[in-house]
Design a protein around this ligand. Structure first.
Ligand code: AMP
Length: 356
């Protein structure tokens, strides 16, 4: 494997904060970034050398973009797969398109985890109102109804209690193909964040304990408590097997629930992940830098903790307006994503604190 030399161009599909933080890490290693995103107001483009603003299925624009890049990656997992397959061969793509294909479909994702020895929540496919009622009979209540495609941060989801009006729930999710999941009784949520090199080397960051509010990540901290660490080996083994099966290069994140019966697989993200933002200051090498190293064929950096304890808090909606108060604590590392308009539930930034 010949490493991509500094000065080469990394193409990033998607223009959000993950692309922005990847762009900063790439620049530090001497690379140029070219962002491809459909929205003119793409915060990743603010820190990149080049920006193509075009739709995700605009094949001529994608071809031109690919021809201008030495390697391509993505920061958004809902990039349509067919146009990417159409430009295959113009530039290497890491992680592979197959990983996107699996991650874009909640049922494919759960079956994939199961094939590799993982345990997802009990689930059943829902295609219409009649199958919703049989799915709920199968998985029980409480349950969560999630759209099979395009859901994130709790969007496209409805919680169902015993006696709820199923027709109203079916309307909440927009009458789209869904998966009904039994509600998992868990003590904690956590994620495995690994990086896999093109040579198959795998490194893991310390497992973060993740706290969600309203379906959105609120806080991640590391090291995790004993109730999570007892599940770490099994969860890491599953994530590594899945990565190997996909012939994966880059950062892969798998989210889990810690339960009395072991780790329950929730979902995977074939990309850098919000629960790994603490690694920028809190690990020897961040998830962003190691993703760039992996896709460029460079040796992977040390993923060890850089402090005794690290805590990352998301700044969601109006919380980012407290930036001055946050900066009054000199130990806070403030990250703002440069998004103009704050809306409820929108991730505007995060703050990381290291404890020694
Ligand atoms: P997701 O979009 O699948 O990551 O769901 C967002 C959040 O909703 C998760 O992080 C959990 O806090 C909660 N959640 C999702 N699915 C389940 C489930 N089957 N049982 C219990 N809680 C869940």
């Amino acid at each position: 494997m010949t490493p991509l030399p500094p000065g080469s161009t990394i193409g990033i599909l998607g223009g959000g904060q993950l692309g922005r933080m990847l762009g900063v890490a790439a620049a530090q290693l001497g690379y140029r970034c070219h962002i491809y995103a459909p929205d003119e107001a793409s915060v990743a483009a603010d820190v990149a050398a080049e920006f193509t603003c075009a739709q995700d299925d605009d094949i001529p624009a994608l071809e031109k973009f690919a021809d201008a890049c030495d390697v391509i990656t993505f920061e958004f997992e809902n990039v349509p797969v067919a146009p990417l397959r159409a430009i295959a061969g113009r530039a290497p793509l890491h992680p592979p398109v197959g990983a996107l294909d699996i991650a874009q479909n909640r049922i494919a994702e759960k079956n994939f985890a199961r094939t590799h020895g993982g345990t997802p929540a009990p689930f059943a496919e829902v295609t219409d109102l009649a199958s919703l009622s049989s799915a709920i009979a199968q998985v029980g209540t409480p349950a969560i109804l999630k759209t099979i495609r395009m859901g994130y941060d709790g969007k496209g989801q409805a919680r169902i209690k015993d006696g709820d009006d199923l027709e109203a729930c079916w309307d909440i999710v927009g009458q789209q193909p869904c998966v009904a999941e039994g509600f998992v009784t868990f003590t904690h949520e956590f994620s495995v964040i690994l990086v896999r090199g093109q040579d198959g080397e795998v490194r893991y960051w310390d497992t973060p304990h993740n706290v969600h509010e309203d379906g959105i990540l609120a806080m991640s901290s590391s090291p995790a408590p004993a109730e999570i660490l007892e599940h770490q080996d099994a969860a890491r083994a599953l994530a590594a097997k899945m990565a190997e099966a996909m012939d994966y290069a880059g950062v892969l994140t798998c989210e889990f629930f810690a339960t009395a019966d072991g780790p329950v697989f929730n979902e995977m993200a074939p990309r850098v992940h919000n629960s790994g933002h603490w690694t920028i200051e809190g690990a020897i090498t961040s998830q962003f830098e190691n993703h760039i190293r992996a896709i460029c064929g460079l040796p992977l950096g040390d993923t060890g903790l850089a402090a005794e304890r690290v805590e990352m808090i998301n700044l969601i909606g109006g919380n980012a307006e407290e930036w001055q108060a946050l900066l009054s604590d000199p130990a806070n590392h403030l990250h703002l994503y440069g998004k103009g308009e704050s809306r409820p539930g929108r991730k505007m930034g995060h703050v990381t604190k290291l404890f020694f």
